[in-house]
Write a protein that binds this ligand. Structure first.
Ligand code: FAD
Length: 366
């Protein structure tokens, strides 16, 4: 078969597609419950915590399939992943990780700094860290029970370890000020969060102080490859919609697929989708081999989101005015794919990271 996938993954893709086709019209809550019953909801979670620890390739196929079937909220079907909390033990495991995986608590990720003059920093005070600063664009922050906050433990006021760190902070902790939610083009909601001398126990530190950036980067790399998979699925969804649209009767007397010019544009959509899917699956195989694949994941994030943008843009053009009407599936995914070239790292900034990987760390393959 194409794609070089083992039979088990081909079977998974077929069964999962069928599940989504049969149930995609359910409400989010109904779909979540059904996905939990069928074992899909916890497929990315560790076996020891009730999940199935699916392979990286299976998770990419799952995410690709969810968006290929037009389900635009993947987390409803594929539940929360451990993310930054993946290796925590003790208090963080019992009070945050397990409730997160069961869907009893929600987390958010506070990474992007709001302004250069108010960086998020922490100072030691006995066994506590006191956090000040402001984070921007925290997706779902106002809906979350806790945030994983990337910050710097101030080296100037040291009585303990210092450097970049990730802290779990309760959203309702004294001194946490959530701004009013704002909405981005893709429909998702975010908040700016201010930390005014928020006292956090040192047991809320994820991993080691000083190791915050590699940890945060690991989480962002995971987000980036997931975005690549979602983007490929969206391109395939658009392709499917356009294929049936072009076969329908058109006011010209025939169908739009009769026009050679339309066929040329359509062929480009297929070529681009094919290429993006190939890139995704190749990186999936590299991830399975556990190589250092930071540059390849970056490549996939840039290529798949940009290529899917072009595919979806052509889809809108070929379907015409009706594709722009609010509520049309292409209108929704056009907005979604646009935000994906910025969220998780803007394309040009990632291009710079990619070149840095080669010139300064001698890493990356072609
Ligand atoms: C839908 C969405 C969800 C998000 N969710 C979260 C979240 O949950 N948590 C979180 O912390 N953040 C989140 N973000 C923020 C996101 O991480 C940032 O928007 C992203 O990293 C880009 O940063 P920026 O917006 O500050 O743009 P900037 O860094 O200001 O970049 C803007 C543009 O400037 C150019 N540019 C910038 N730097 C360079 C350079 N060095 N060289 C060349 N060109 C450059 C590029 O063209 C770039 O696109 C989200 C954003 C979006 C859109």
């Amino acid at each position: 078969m194409p794609d070089n996938l083992p039979p088990s993954l081909i079977k998974f893709r077929e069964e999962f597609s069928e599940f989504l086709i049969n149930n995609r019209s359910l409400s989010d809550e109904e779909l979540r419950k059904l996905s939990l019953q069928r074992g899909y909801y916890r497929m990315s979670q560790p076996v020891g915590l009730g999940g199935q620890a699916s392979s990286p390739m299976q998770m990419l196929i799952a995410r690709e399939t969810v968006s290929e079937m037009g389900v635009l909220s993947p987390n409803v079907v594929i539940g929360p992943e451990p993310g930054l909390l993946s290796e925590v033990e003790g208090f963080l495991k019992d009070d945050y990780l397990i409730p997160l995986l069961k869907g009893e608590k929600r987390g958010s990720f506070a990474f992007t700094e709001s302004k250069a003059d108010s960086p998020t920093v922490a100072e030691w005070d006995d066994e506590s860290l006191v956090v000040s600063g402001r984070k921007s664009y925290v997706s779902g922050g106002h809906l979350s029970d806790f945030m994983s906050v990337v910050l710097t433990v101030d080296p100037k006021k040291v009585t303990g370890k210092y450097g970049p760190a990730v802290l779990v902070i309760d959203s309702d902790a004294p001194g946490v000020e959530m701004g009013e939610p704002f909405y981005s083009l893709d429909g998702s909601s975010h908040v700016e969060v201010e930390f005014e001398s928020v006292r956090v126990d040192s047991k809320n530190v994820i991993g080691e102080i000083g190791q915050g950036i590699p940890r945060a980067l690991g989480n962002i790399m995971q987000e980036r490859i997931e975005q690549a998979a979602t983007a490929v699925g969206l391109a395939l969804y658009a392709l499917d919609l356009v294929t049936s649209h072009l076969k329908k009767p058109h006011r010209s007397g025939g169908t739009l697929s009769d026009f050679e010019g339309v066929r040329l544009r359509y062929a480009d959509m297929r070529i681009n989708s094919f290429a993006a899917r190939s890139v995704l699956y190749r990186v999936g195989r590299l991830l399975e081999a556990e190589d250092n694949v930071i540059n390849e994941v970056t490549t996939a994030k840039i290529f798949c989101t940009e290529t899917a943008s072009s595919v979806i843009d052509t889809a809108v053009q070929l379907v015409g005015g009706q594709a722009l009407i609010s509520g049309h599936p292409l209108e929704g995914i056009y907005r979604k794919i646009r935000s994906m070239r910025i969220a998780g790292g803007a394309s040009d900034v990632l291009r710079l990271n990619l070149s840095k990987g080669v010139f300064e760390f001698d890493s990356g393959t072609v």
